[in-house]
Design a protein around this ligand. Structure first.
Ligand SMILES: Nc1nc2c(ncn2[C@@H]2O[C@H](COP(=O)(O)OP(=O)(O)OP(=O)(O)O)[C@@H](O)[C@H]2O)c(=O)[nH]1
Ligand SMILES: [Mg+2]
Length: 334
């Protein structure tokens, strides 16, 4: 049985989905705001909207972009995005940055670096949703991805900062994970976490221009060598190491070619589909984890006992495992 309020909301959202399909940017922006909201009534409406968006989604290439602060992600997305548009695509840029509590997030903070892209009618740029948990931020970005796809954006870029767990979350929602690296080698190469390199489907050394060009060339050779020591994640695909200049645009054609090769190598009916199937399953489980955790945290018995047990764990009177077991027992009993 459907509650009248939900019915109204669902009807409203059906008009919303039509508007989104027809390219109404304000309707799209409103819809993304709705899925970013944590208010229970908004979540209900968001669920209806996403259910309507789901059959229309999935027809884009989803590209994750990561790299340490200052490597040139924003500049790269500007150049790459404009080239994609020149090739007839429509480009959406989303972000996962759980550290960003500022309004506007990191993307809009440097809007000047994406000046032309952010004004282009074929581009839709959205900063990272704010949130305390990576899981929550990632979920809302995944949902926004379904909405922009329903709106016909066929290149979806998800940006993240190259400093933590968020890379894994982004790699888990995209078809291709592109890692931007600085034109440096040696010690700086060591500083790049191996785990992040292992996530990459495509590695690009940026800033291959002017006085940095030879350093970029050198770094490219070093990274190539380092990669031969890693086992390929997919036997059908050898991770290319390219170089480019996000400022001049040099190397962008080769990057496009690599992306096309990747799609051919993995095939829309084999590897990529498998990857998306696995991602959908992982998403289901992350929803279950998030849902259970918030139910647990909201439980009155848990809330009542938590401060005392947390203190006991801190002072070493109770082991974390024993405290967790007591909390879980209160939860189950409640
Ligand atoms: N020479 C050169 N400089 C570049 C290139 N790409 C970016 N830069 C410069 O590097 C600096 C950082 O670029 P951003 O695009 O803001 O880098 P980012 O990775 O987005 O940085 P955060 O948002 O802080 O993580 C800026 O001064 C850019 O002008 C490039 O290809 N060549
Ligand atoms: Mg940036």
């Amino acid at each position: 049985m459907i509650e009248p309020a939900t019915e109204n909301a669902a009807a409203l959202d059906l008009t919303a989905i039509d508007a989104i399909r027809q390219g109404d940017r304000r309707a799209l922006a409103r819809a993304v705001t709705l899925v970013e909201s944590t208010r229970p009534d908004h979540r209900t409406r968001a669920a209806a909207l996403l259910a309507a968006a789901l059959p229309l989604s999935g027809k884009s290439i989803r590209i994750g972009i990561s790299g340490v602060p200052g490597v040139g992600k924003s500049t790269f997305i500007e150049t790459f995005g404009l080239q994609a548009i020149a090739r007839g695509h429509r480009v959406a840029v989303l972000a996962v940055d759980p550290s960003s509590q500022r309004t506007g997030g990191s993307i809009l903070g440097d809007k000047t670096r994406m000046e032309m892209l952010s004004r282009h009618p074929s581009a839709f740029i959205r900063p990272s949703p704010a949130g305390n948990t990576l899981g929550g931020v990632a979920r809302r970005t995944r949902e926004a991805m379904l909405l922009v796809e329903a709106a016909g954006y066929d290149v979806v870029i998800v940006e993240t900062v190259g400093v933590g767990q968020s890379e894994t979350a982004v790699a888990d929602m995209v078809d291709l994970f592109l890692l931007l690296l600085p034109p440096a080698g040696g010690d700086e190469l060591q500083g790049i976490k191996k785990g992040i390199v292992e996530l990459a489907d495509l590695i690009v050394v940026n800033k291959a221009d002017g006085p940095l060009e030879s350093a970029a060339l050198h770094a490219q050779a070093e990274y190539r060598h380092a990669l031969t020591l890693l086992r390929p994640a997919d036997p059908a695909w050898t991770v290319p190491v390219l170089r480019c200049s996000a400022v001049t645009g040099t190397g962008m054609t080769e990057i496009w070619q690599s992306i096309a090769d990747y799609q051919t190598a993995l095939g829309p009916t084999a590897g990529l589909d498998r990857r998306r199937d696995q991602q959908a399953r992982a998403w289901l489980w992350s929803e279950i984890r998030e849902g259970l955790l918030s139910t647990f945290q909201a439980d009155p018995q848990v809330r009542r006992r938590l401060p005392e047990l947390e203190a006991a764990v801190r002072t070493g009177w109770v082991t974390p495992a024993a405290a967790a077991e007591q909390l879980l027992q209160s939860f189950r009993a409640g």
